[in-house]
Design a binder for this molecule. Structure first.
Ligand code: GAR
Length: 197
């Protein structure tokens, strides 16, 4: 399965996928990494792994629609079977999603705590268990059909940072496990229900 991974920051989820893909038995290959900004660790990780990269900055385009079309062009040039948004902090519009399936990983148990601050919002709400969700991207914000979820307990002395870091450990394992199964076993969508195999 050919993967294009989109990142905006540190790229530890990307790194987990790159490491998994080093084993041919994993069943997937990262064919390109895209970002919405320059100079981020995620792009450096891709370059170190010898994976082609591209950058599509919203500010370089006349409007969001033009950016969406350029992003779709840049991604589909690599002929992906699946696009993985792994810490990509932009909503992606129909030009890309109508052409290729896309999954996103989010640091909360959807549908709770959507948006940019999943871990901090869960901590502020006072939940005792949060986690991470892998879902198929749709028109909403973190509302798409759920591929996988993993629970993570909240500790009394957690900060938003410590909680997010603990979530990310579980998130990376969930992402690698789920993408590998999707690649090896295939997957389908039945309404909101995602079936692997
Ligand atoms: C991950 O926890 C991911 O779920 C989150 O950003 C982090 C990226 O970490 N994404 C969102 O919050 C999107 N709503 P990474 O750059 O180390 O992979």
């Amino acid at each position: 399965m050919r993967l294009v991974v989109l990142v905006s920051g540190t790229g530890t989820n990307l790194q987990a996928l790159l490491d998994a893909c080093a084993d041919p038995a994993y069943g997937a290959e990262v064919v390109a990494v895209g970002a919405d900004r320059d100079g981020i660790e995620g792009l450096a990780r891709a370059e170190l792994a010898g994976v082609p990269t591209f950058v599509c900055r919203v500010g370089d385009f006349a409007d969001r629609g033009a950016w969406d079309r350029a992003l779709a062009q840049a991604v589909t040039a690599h002929r992906p079977d699946l696009v993985v948004s792994a810490g990509f902090m932009k909503l992606v519009g129909p030009p890309l999603r109508s052409r290729v399936a896309m999954v996103n990983t989010h640091p909360a148990l959807c549908p709770a705590f959507p948006g940019m601050h999943g871990a901090a919002d869960a901590l502020a709400y006072g939940v005792k268990v949060t986690g991470a969700t892998l879902f198929v991207v749709d028109d909403g914000v973190d509302t798409g059909p759920i591929v996988a979820q993993v629970p993570v307990p909240v500790a009394d002395d957690d900060t938003a940072e410590s909680l997010h870091e603990r979530i990310k450990v579980a998130e990376r394992a969930m992402l690698v496990g789920s993408i590998g199964r999707m690649a090896r076993e295939g997957w389908s969508l039945d309404g909101r229900r995602v079936r692997i195999g």
